[in-house]
Write a protein that binds this ligand. Structure first.
Ligand SMILES: C[S@@+](CC[C@H](N)C(=O)[O-])C[C@H]1O[C@@H](n2cnc3c(N)ncnc32)[C@H](O)[C@@H]1O
Length: 251
């Protein structure tokens, strides 16, 4: 597959994600907005991307390691843009500790398994005692992951472009697949005039028991675990897992 080169694949994916999110509405914005209202400020979005969720939640800070994403976020949010910090989640440092941090849209699943503990400890250090951290990711369905291996999945279209995604299993042991993005250009007569390929994006899926062990090892308390943005509890049928963690008051 022909691909363009970048140190950080999210720099290029920012364009595809922007087009995709213009076509599909993810129902996470209102959920994080309601959580943010429940907890003390400052509110921080971790992996803020182009500000898709931040436009609704209005956090005080946004952290991301992709300069292109951050630039798109500045453009989208204009004068209401939060204070942006370009940093890796392994080692970011906020000017003040957060009352509530949140990481939407599987951000946590893009972190290398060896870095996960460091990231969760770094978030804890950047959170006030008694403060909260929420994130969501998929509940892996191994049959679906196997079935979709290397298949081209249609994600949406307009009159001038169509978006596809291919997920390719790299390792069942490491629980890793990579995502390839494709944008097809479409002429007014419907003919496909070009294809652009986006670089591999790693995705490390985690089962709920692995997340439970990770959050306990890194000093967080589990406040709630949901299976959907309407706050239904996580069950064996859930397709996603949403975790709300609390910084223990005593630390
Ligand atoms: C799936 S996007 C989500 C963007 C945005 N939160 C949203 O919901 O639309 C994941 C974002 O996290 C950022 N990200 C991924 N891993 C990161 C890391 N280790 N450190 C900092 N940012 C990271 C990416 O650059 C990207 O903007």
């Amino acid at each position: 597959m022909k691909q363009s080169k970048s140190a950080n694949p999210f720099d290029q994916w920012s364009e595809l994600l922007e087009l995709w999110h213009g076509l599909v509405d993810v129902e996470d914005k209102r959920f994080y907005q309601l959580l943010a209202k429940r907890f003390n400020r400052p509110t921080v979005e971790l992996g803020i991307g182009d500000g898709r969720v931040a436009a609704t939640v209005a956090p005080d800070y946004g952290v991301d390691f992709s300069p292109v994403m951050l630039e798109k976020c500045r453009k989208r949010l204009g004068t209401s843009c939060p204070y942006l910090i370009e940093a890796d989640l392994k080692l970011y440092h906020l000017p003040e500790r957060a009352g509530f941090s949140y990481a939407p849209l599987n951000t946590i699943s893009h972190i290398e398994p060896n870095d996960r503990e460091t990231v969760f400890r770094t978030i804890l250090q950047n959170t006030k005692p008694g403060g909260y951290f929420a994130f969501d990711t998929i509940v892996p369905d191994l049959d679906k992951i196997k079935m979709r291996d290397r298949a081209q999945i249609y994600r949406g279209r307009t009159n001038s472009f169509a978006i596809y995604e291919v997920s390719e299993v790299k390792s069942y042991e490491r629980q890793e697949f990579v995502l390839h993005g494709i944008i097809e250009s479409i002429a007014p007569n419907g003919e496909v005039t070009g294809k652009r390929y986006f670089p591999e994006l790693s995705f490390f899926y985690m089962f709920p028991e692995q997340i439970r062990s990770l959050v306990e090892r890194t000093g967080w308390q589990i406040e709630s675990v949901w299976g959907d943005f309407d706050e239904t509890p996580l069950t064996e049928e859930s397709r996603m897992q949403i975790w709300l963690l609390k910084h223990p008051e005593s630390r």
